[in-house]
Design a protein around this ligand. Structure first.
Ligand SMILES: *Cc1c(COP(=O)(O)O)cnc(C)c1O
Length: 433
């Protein structure tokens, strides 16, 4: 399968190239030339498949031409070795808990899949050491670091703002060792992001080192998220609740929901999508006005969705050929303030005993607002509430127990490299690796 750029200046790119480079040379995002429909028998039988079997069939449609079936199978099986439960919250509202991976974040699946696919190409093509740079305000760093831990031929550098990441988040990427280096930057998250972006553009570094990023612009990170949608549908089918399915996705960079749209294009019967946002409502404004006007992000308690210019918006436009009215038919949008998010956590817990995290709370609210009686709605729970412990505890007035998985990280020894926010220092560091 070949890949083209959403900016239409690059075509015929191999999967290996698309994964190693991440972004096209015209700054567009890579898209597969074709989205293959899965056969009717697959959907007839879907509720009898395990998560791994189902994901392998889906992955095969995207990557089967470029990776030997046995290798692809082990990448998929190794990525998805944990549970993804579907839970009935109330009436026709369900949630798919995507946070049972190693760092309790839904980004675990994409990060693990990408690390193994990149590792496969590094080995097969005999690439020299690949360096993954990632700037994080918390969640992405831990998922990427744990996803890539121990993968041969790849070194990961996680840049994070000193003193501005919660203890629970910090321990998940500073205690790992091996091929993972945590860089503690004396600055803000924006400084970290600037250092990474400047490094990608720096000629001297790029002549000497192979650099890549691991965010959801990378096809290997966002596409595997389509597994979730097939799995959600299959679980609903088991319950005979698979008519008129609405999938509601707490969205930031819109990678996850874009993977859902791919699933629908592969034949998955989803009636419509709902994008749930916090106060960063650039997508909702686009739906309402037809104009896309990015703005600097505002901080909220659902901070993994604090994005003012979602990178995957370009993929959504491409999938629907820029047709605003078709996009409005397929995707609904809602946005919620911090106060609305807090009330939702409190009310949902009081009425149903289900504890939402601030991101999932946006999804829950949006379904409550839009779901019709003849529809079955699933919102994706993208983070374990413990990751937003302080907020959630304050809202429900109860202490939360820290799960064992996280406690294990907290026992590890913190190891970091201290760095100023000056690019020249970071450059010297990279050149001397
Ligand atoms: C990254 C993230 C999101 C947003 O996902 P996108 O694919 O960027 O839209 C939502 N919730 C949580 C907890 C996240 O970490």
């Amino acid at each position: 399968m070949k890949y083209y750029s959403t900016n239409k200046q690059e075509f015929g790119v191999s999967l290996c190239d698309a994964v190693v480079r991440g972004l096209a040379s015209d700054k567009g995002l890579f898209m597969p030339d074709e989205i293959k429909k899965l056969p009717a028998e697959f959907f007839d039988n879907i509720e009898h498949l395990s998560l791994q079997e189902m994901a392998f069939a889906v992955a095969n449609a995207f990557f089967g031409e470029d990776i030997h079936a046995d290798d692809l199978k082990s990448i998929v099986y190794d990525t998805l070795n944990f549970e993804i439960p579907l839970i009935n919250v109330e009436k026709n509202i369900y949630t798919l808990e995507l946070f049972h991976g190693p760092t309790l974040a839904f980004k675990d699946v994409g990060a693990r899949f990408m690390s193994r696919l990149l590792g496969y190409f590094v080995k097969k093509q005999g690439l020299s050491d690949v360096n993954v740079l990632v700037a994080t305000s918390g969640d992405t760093g831990s998922a990427v670091a744990n996803g890539f831990l121990g993968v041969d031929g790849i070194s990961v550098y996680v840049l994070y703002p000193k003193g501005k990441v919660s203890a629970i988040q910090e321990c998940q990427f500073t205690t790992l060792g091996k091929n993972i280096t945590a860089i503690e930057v004396d600055g803000t998250f924006d400084d970290c992001q600037r250092l990474v972006k400047t490094a990608f553009l720096d000629e001297d570094i790029n002549k000497k080192k192979l650099l890549t990023s691991a965010n959801s612009i990378n096809v290997a990170r966002f596409l595997p998220q389509s597994f979730y949608y097939f799995y959600a549908y299959a679980q609903l089918k088991k319950l005979n609740k698979h008519k008129n399915v609405v999938m509601c996705v707490p969205s930031g960079n819109f990678g996850n929901i874009t993977a859902g749209i791919f699933a629908k294009k592969m034949g998955l019967p989803i009636r419509r999508f709902v994008a749930a946002n916090n106060s960063n409502d650039v997508f909702l404004k686009y739906l309402n006005t037809g104009e896309y006007v990015p703005f600097p992000s505002v901080s909220t308690i659902a901070n993994a969705m604090d994005v003012g210019d979602p990178s995957n918006f370009a993929r959504i436009l491409d999938l629907y050929k820029n047709n605003h009215s078709v996009i409005c038919q397929e995707i609904d949008g809602f946005a919620y303030s911090d106060n609305a998010i807090k009330s939702a956590i409190l009310e949902c817990f009081a009425e149903t005993k289900y504890l939402l995290d601030p991101h999932g709370a946006c999804g829950y609210l949006a379904l409550k607002e839009t779901l019709k009686d003849d529809e079955n709605g699933v919102f994706l729970e993208t983070a374990h509430p413990i990751k937003f412990k302080d907020t959630v505890e304050l809202v429900i007035g109860k202490r939360l127990e820290v799960p064992e998985k996280i406690q294990a990280f907290m026992k590890g020894k913190k190891q970091t490299v201290l760095m100023s926010k000056e690019f020249s220092d970071f450059k010297t560091y990279l050149m001397n690796l």
